[in-house]
Design a protein. Structure first.
Length: 307
């Protein structure tokens, strides 16, 4: 007899898989949330982290789910905790959480740790340590790691100035769509820097790519130029960490109250939360799909044996 879920872990996995399909592919977030919550009852960290992403407009409740997932040593959730503290301008806590994820090899967290050492947020400025973190991220082919290493070698920050190495890392980043690296390469070929030789055709190619972005997500990440502009904007702001309490413990009852107090915004979500029949129907859909796949495989095997 076919059993759709042989363990709690398998059930949590399939609930999360189906929820992610609704959330990320079909953009039916309100229908995905109750499935994530059902999986989170089984202490499944991916579902808990994804719940935090779904309700990211409310920082405290988002952090409630990230923290639950982070307790399972889930690196992405630890990184998200760091991002939340950074948004709240509590940089020392942000650094602590990002380091936990970075030490597990999560390259985006390694970039953030490097940037914090580079800019002195949450820690004393140490550009040499920043370069170490950039190198770790670049070793995983992280485009921002390549870019920031290129900047370090270009400006001689944390390492000796080396235009050849700067061009090497900028080239790797440029191929991945980072426009600040593409602009640097355009200048290199225009002026013949680093033994590249003057090549106006290549210069024009990279300049054209830099002003016609291909939609690369890497263009949304930190660059030194963007950091300088941000620092100018922050000159008028307070430099100290924000002391706002965003660490207040939130239990399930408080979360339910939050949901119920936001009926106008969460109308679709509430209908799913309050109608277990719909939830179980979605779970049954998963079981039906598994059952159909099992039946199809059996029919194929029978046909092969008959032949």
């Amino acid at each position: 007899i076919y059993q759709p879920f042989s363990s709690k872990l398998e059930k949590a996995h399939w609930l999360t898989f189906y929820a992610a399909f609704l959330d990320l592919v079909q953009e039916r977030v309100h229908e995905a949330i109750p499935l994530y919550r059902e999986a989170s009852k089984l202490d499944y960290p991916i579902a808990e982290n994804n719940l935090g992403v779904c309700i990211k407009d409310d920082l405290k409740y988002s952090m409630y789910w990230y923290r639950r997932a982070a307790k399972h040593n889930y690196a992405i959730a630890q990184y998200n905790m760091g991002i939340c503290y950074s948004v709240a301008k509590q940089y020392s806590k942000s650094l602590r959480w990002c380091k936990l994820a970075a030490q597990k090899g999560f390259s985006d967290a390694q970039i953030n740790v490097g940037v914090m050492y580079d800019t002195g947020k949450g820690v004393n400025t140490d550009v040499k340590i920043a370069v170490i973190w950039y190198k770790l991220a670049a070793s995983q082919h992280n485009a921002v790691g390549y870019t920031n290493l290129g900047v370090s070698y270009h400006k001689g920050e944390g390492v000796r100035t080396n235009l050849l190495k700067a061009i090497k890392y900028y080239s790797k980043a440029a191929e991945k769509g980072v426009n600040v690296a593409q602009r640097f390469l355009a200048h290199c070929f225009q002026l013949g820097w680093g033994n590249s030789g003057v090549d106006y055709e290549l210069s024009y190619y990279w300049f054209k790519r830099s002003i016609n972005p291909t939609g690369s997500p890497y263009n949304q990440f930190w660059t030194p130029e963007a950091e300088e502009e941000e620092e100018e904007d922050e000159e008028e702001e307070e430099e100290e960490d924000n002391d706002e309490d965003i660490d207040e413990d939130i239990d399930e009852d408080q979360y339910e109250a939050f949901i119920n107090n936001n009926e106008e915004e969460q109308e679709g979500l509430l209908s799913r939360h309050n109608d277990n029949g719909n939830l179980f129907q979605l779970v049954e859909e998963i079981e039906d799909v598994q059952s159909q796949l099992q039946e199809a495989i059996s029919n194929i095997l029978n046909e092969i044996s008959d032949d």
